[in-house]
Design a protein around this ligand. Sequence first.
Ligand code: ADP
Ligand code: 5GP
Length: 185
Amino acid sequence: MRNVLVVLSGPSGVGKGTIAKKLVERDKNLSLSISCTTRAPRIGEINGREYFFIGKSEFKEKIAEKGFLEYSEHFENFYGTPKDFVLNKLKSGDVLLEIDVNGGLEVKKSYPDAILIMLLPPSEDEIRLRLMKRSTESAEKIKLRMQRIEYEVGKKELYDYSVVNDDLDTAILDVEKIIKNEKNK
Ligand code: ADP
Ligand code: 5GP
């Protein structure tokens, strides 16, 4: 069986974080990647746990030496998936990346064996409900995130698999089946 790099993407609120957490809890051979960022740690965040917190110049050096599988800028800070870190992890197990659609497509370019899985909401109404229930974003931010859904879902044909996150347990089993099947290829 080979070790696989799995990318989980999908619109905000679809359940990526929830499913990623369950997947790594249930499968000891699977671990979440840790990204690099130039933003400051928030209270309670620890370097090497939530992120690798690095300076802008170090980040730029890493870009120049092609040290990221993908990177992007959000809110004036850079975020990237560190290549060596992920490739080293892959030597001893499967690795899960929870990143946006564009990031996932970039990863596929630099690591064609990556398995891209898009999580889809059962409906737009349901995703709005979930974002409201999660209560981590203002109404304005929820509106912005809703506008991005169409864009993200529109890229699903470029992904290897789509999984609808309607019933949570079913969606987890669906993703696990895909991973198991890919590992045996
Ligand atoms: P994302 O990481 O994609 O932004 P989250 O994992 O934070 O999404 O999920 C958004 C909200 O929806 C959370 O409150 C989560 O508990 C809830 N949720 C996730 N999956 C389901 C599901 N299948 N059914 C109902 N609620 C769900
Ligand atoms: P936050 O600052 O709230 O932790 O994250 C801000 C945004 O950066 C989120 O949308 C998150 O998904 C994104 N992000 C985190 N890590 C990475 C990464 O490695 N690559 C990319 N492209 N985006 C990331």
